[in-house]
Design a protein around this ligand. Structure first.
Ligand code: NDP
Length: 286
């Protein structure tokens, strides 16, 4: 039977540590600031933005929220971002996704200064991750690595299987595992014999967005299972991408949903914001 990886507790520990660091920075006259840009009134986005503001308050990071009309033009949004890029009180900028369809998401993310890109989605930060010279790394993948490291199991030499190849989770976490010397297989919707590949995984990362699509019996005995999926069932219950009860019997460590990866994502956002403030206060440029 598996040990449950308590993401909520680890995230709290990291936030406590960050709070002490922010207090120390304050003594040096540095107050980290995060700007969150929300376009429109998508209910899920509103919840996420609120949670990010609350998390900032808890560790005494300044949070600046810009709520913009859903019909804002691309030009106007780019202007808003350029204003934040030039604001010395703002060390990190996050544009809450998804954006309304008339806006070019790629162009907007590229407009954020890489030095303030605490979500780690700017192509320059993606490129730096690929060549193992990371500046800001995407928050969910970074949180996943911290969860694995916290088990005390050495990643080096392990067979890691990542199911999902999105730019925000699957691909970056695969590179992070590779740079820690895992042998990495990336699977996706066209992968053949998924079960056989999952059966080889010492470390399994499931990031597909399909409730309980990965069956417990497919999992290798003793594997570490990180379930990134957040799927809401008809009755409102949240479940991951892995069939939990079956996986729990075979894994050595497993993340629950909720309470596993989710809380780590926001903790890593705060971590990146504090890192950005420290860099900018020293005048370090990319
Ligand atoms: P995407 O929809 O962008 O990507 C899903 C990936 O899964 C794709 O690469 C897709 O393959 C692959 N896939 C879909 N179905 C299957 C299947 N049956 N077998 C194998 N691969 C499959 O999702 P995200 O990466 O954005 O998110 C994944 C999940 O993680 C979601 O549930 C999301 O809510 C959750 N999430 C959780 C976060 C957290 O903080 N806990 C943060 C971000 C995401 P293909 O490329 O071929 O289409």
């Amino acid at each position: 039977m598996a040990n449950i990886i308590d993401g909520k507790a680890l995230a709290q520990k990291l936030r406590d540590r960050l709070k002490s660091e922010v207090d120390m920075l304050k003594d040096q006259g540095i107050k980290p600031g995060l700007a969150v840009v929300l376009v429109g009134d998508n209910p899920a986005s509103l919840v996420y933005v609120k949670a990010k503001g609350k998390a900032c308050d808890e560790v005494s990071i300044n949070s600046f929220q810009r709520t913009l009309h859903k019909e804002i033009t691309q030009k106007e949004l780019l202007w808003q971002i350029s204003e934040l890029n030039n604001d010395p009180k703002v060390h990190g900028i996050l544009v809450q996704l998804p954006l309304p369809e008339h806006l070019d998401e790629e162009l907007i993310l590229e407009a954020i200064s890489p030095e303030k890109d605490v979500d780690g989605f700017h192509p320059m930060n993606t490129g730096r991750l690929v060549i193992n010279k990371p500046l800001f790394q995407p928050c969910t993948p970074l949180g996943i690595i911290k969860l694995i490291e916290n088990t005390g199991v050495d990643i080096s030499g392990k067979e890691a299987v990542v199911v999902g190849r999105s730019n925000i989770v699957g691909k970056p976490v695969a590179f992070m595992l590779l740079h820690r010397n895992a042998t990495v297989t990336i699977c996706h919707s066209r992968t053949q014999n998924l079960r056989e590949k999952i059966g080889r995984a010492d470390i399994l990362i499931a990031a597909i967005g399909k409730p309980a699509a990965i069956k417990g019996e497919w999992i290798k005995q003793g594997a570490i299972v990180i379930d990134v999926g957040i799927n809401r069932l008809d009755g409102g219950k949240l479940v991951g991408d892995v069939e939990f009860d079956g996986a729990f019997k075979k894994a050595s460590f497993i993340t629950p949903v909720p309470g596993g990866v989710g809380p780590m994502t926001i903790a890593m956002l705060l971590y990146n914001t504090v890192a950005a403030a420290k860099r900018q206060s020293k005048g370090i440029r990319v």
